[in-house]
Ligand binder design. Structure first.
Ligand code: PLP
Length: 395
């Protein structure tokens, strides 16, 4: 099909929530490259918004998924699946939590986490249901998760949004303390805000949150939808700090492109769910769990985490060097291979310059260029990216 026809179909048949997309009709991917249906090659520093952690057509993942498709993709959670049991064990044994539940999207995982927090207190006869979340956060687009999201623009078109959420300043301990009431069930936070501008959490703030939660009997929830699965150089971002959550959520990189999400919790919290309290038709089906199992195995066994730390700091150093030469770069920040470049010009303009030169990047807000490359990028890929960035800024 011609590109213009694809765009025509999109305009005619698809709900217009994405507007004019970038002029690329994705045909296939290989490694860290995506290919347009006219053969144009793109070095992908966005990885499908932090999803394709192991890049495209990873040999072990593709072969394992093909094998699973030929066996069974879905039969429902009325029955046991061996691969779901194996994926659950692998996730739990590599985290601080004891139990997992699989869903299909980040928003669904966060909804599950919020439900579990509420149920935990209800089970003890306590009337605690409020969740404190942060300004500039992003937690999803279902009604509850958009209420939890600290960005007014996501609330406005759908008001009234569900009650039970209180927004406070990110890294502002006094504001969190002031927001706590007898109804507070949980504090939910991203360890690096992704959509909100690639804002790393202040480690002192994080420590204080843990302390506050312990003192006041409040649950601490980490939204690791974007930071999880190796992105920051540890399997889960909280492992970079000396702080553990009571509940945490995953999606994006969890299935390397197969839609799957999860929330995990400590046993004493997870056990507050009674039979029938939660569920999902597709959640944790054999195809999704095979993707989880293969992705985690590759990340844990193929030295990916050490590579992320090394290549992430190489990229950050190179960007900082460039920042010294160009005033237009105001700040470089992030963790591992989750980097934001704050510019004094429109990030979207720079994104288009990259796209025209065969490199895909992302933005987060008006002035922040966001890099979330596959975790398998090499020094050569970083050098190619940097040469292009220098050319763009020199013009
Ligand atoms: N939480 C965070 C931190 C995210 O970055 C996102 C998506 O960007 C979500 C939740 C929502 O995930 P999904 O789009 O899969 O529902």
């Amino acid at each position: 099909m011609k590109k213009t026809t694809v765009v025509q179909y999109d305009k005619k048949y698809f709900m217009n929530v994405f507007g004019d997309r970038f002029p690329v009709v994705v045909d296939k991917g290989e490694g860290v490259y995506l290919y347009d249906n006219d053969g144009q090659e793109y070095l992908d520093f966005g990885a499908g918004i932090a999803v394709n952690v192991l890049g495209y057509n990873h040999p072990k993942i593709t072969a394992g998924l093909k094998e699973q498709i030929e066996k069974v993709m879905h039969a429902s959670n009325l029955y046991y699946y061996e691969i779901q049991a194996k994926a659950s064990k692998l996730l739990v044994e590599n985290s601080c939590c004891d139990k997992v539940f699989f869903g299909n999207s980040g928003a669904e995982a966060n909804e599950g986490a919020i439900k579990l927090a509420r149920k935990h207190f209800k089970a003890q006869g306590e009337d605690k249901y409020e969740v404190i979340t942060m300004n500039n956060s992003f937690h999803g687009r279902t009604l509850a998760t958009l209420a939890a999201t600290g960005q007014e623009k996501y609330h406005k078109p759908f008001e009234p949004v569900p009650e039970g959420f209180k927004l406070v300043g990110y890294n502002d301990l006094a504001a969190v303390e002031a927001a706590i009431t007898d109804q507070t069930a949980a504090i939910m936070v991203e360890l690096v805000q992704g959509e909100g501008g690639v804002n790393p959490i202040d480690p002192d703030f994080l420590n204080s949150l843990r302390q506050l939660c312990d003192e006041q009997g409040i649950l601490l929830i980490f939204d690791e939808i974007q930071t999880g699965i190796g992105r920051t150089g540890e399997l889960f971002a909280y492992q970079n700090y000396d702080v553990k959550p009571d509940i945490f959520t995953l999606a994006k990189g969890l299935g390397n492109g197969v839609p799957v999400s999860a929330f995990l919790a400590k046993a004493e919290i997870a056990d507050s769910f009674d039979i029938g309290d939660h569920g999902s038709t597709f959640g944790g089906n054999p195809l999704a769990c095979k993707a989880v199992y293969l992705t985690l195995q590759a990340i844990l066994n193929d030295n990916i985490l050490a590579d992320v730390k090394q290549i992430g700091s190489y990229l950050e150093d190179e960007l900082n060097k460039l920042a010294k030469e160009h005033e237009v770069i105001k700040e470089v920040r992030g963790l591992g291979l989750m980097l934001g470049i704050e510019l004094s010009v429109s990030a979207s303009d720079i994104l288009h310059e990259f796209l025209d030169r065969g490199i895909m990047v992302l933005t987060a807000g008006e002035n922040i260029l966001r890099l979330l490359p596959p975790l398998i990028i090499t020094k050569r890929d970083v050098d190619k990216f940097m040469i292009t960035f220098k050319k763009i800024l020199a013009e």
